[in-house]
Design a protein around this ligand. Structure first.
Ligand SMILES: [Zn+2]
Length: 234
């Protein structure tokens, strides 16, 4: 069931589930949802108070996850629409052709497709084109970014491209880096930022002080690229 509590100028919404555990736990998920797991017998008032006491911590986590939320509006895949590639804006041109293809020409992104009025087939063709370019560009970014980690004996990580609804990048404890193909729409430096951020995590899993020191060292001014990434993909 959904609940909400006001904290400063924001409203924190949360769901509650009751369990046999003895203590109350608050979870913040990457989709910004807040879930409270409360022991049996907890009152709504108890829970509200706990949420308020942890509000600063909850907002901090939500803000972190917020930065990874893709905010690109829904596309219709029709001529005239704006689409981004490596930080540049292109105007989509959809044309009928027996030989499907995608290419850039000047400021246009031209899609030749058998059924130009079928948004799904334009989308599919375009997604394949983005994916192919993402593979090449992301591998390059991993190679380039890795050169800044010479003192850390970091092996070249396995790169996985996976569409994630809530994050730009992620990594696994076994040392794989997962990148959202969407970031191919942002400038190259923004891609380097996401890759560098994940490479730092292979050394320091959490966002502690050591992590931030390393990130500042290997990519001074990373904040600028992070902001640009959010702006481009919003
Ligand atoms: Zn991180």
């Amino acid at each position: 069931m959904g609940h909400a509590v006001r904290y400063g100028t924001t409203v924190i919404r949360y769901s509650v589930s009751i369990s046999d555990r003895k203590t109350l736990a608050i979870e913040v998920h990457p989709d910004l949802s807040v879930r409270v797991v409360a022991p049996r017998g907890s009152t709504q008032k108890d829970i509200r108070e706990r949420i308020l006491r942890r509000a600063k911590w909850i907002r901090k986590h939500q803000r972190y996850f917020e930065e990874f939320l893709p905010r690109t509006p829904k596309r219709e895949y029709v001529s005239g629409e704006s689409h981004h590639y490596l930080g540049r804006r292109y105007v989509l041109r959809v044309r009928k052709s027996d030989k499907p293809s995608v290419r850039l020409r000047g400021s246009e992104l031209i899609v030749l497709v058998g059924k130009p009025n079928d948004a799904a087939s334009v989308k599919l063709l375009l997604a394949g084109w983005y994916y192919k370019h993402a593979q090449t560009r992301f591998e390059q970014s991993v190679k380039d970014s890795l050169s800044k980690f010479k003192n850390y004996q970091l092996e070249r990580p396995l790169l996985i491209i996976r569409r994630m609804s809530r994050r730009w990048g992620s990594c696994t404890p076994s040392g794989k880096i997962i990148l959202n193909p969407e970031i191919i729409k942002a400038p190259g430096k923004c891609i380097d930022y996401v890759v560098t951020h994940e490479l730092c995590h292979l050394i320091h899993p959490n966002h502690g002080r050591a992590f931030h020191e390393l990130q500042d060292k290997v990519m001074p001014g990373w904040e600028k690229w992070k902001q640009k990434l959010e702006r481009t993909l919003s």
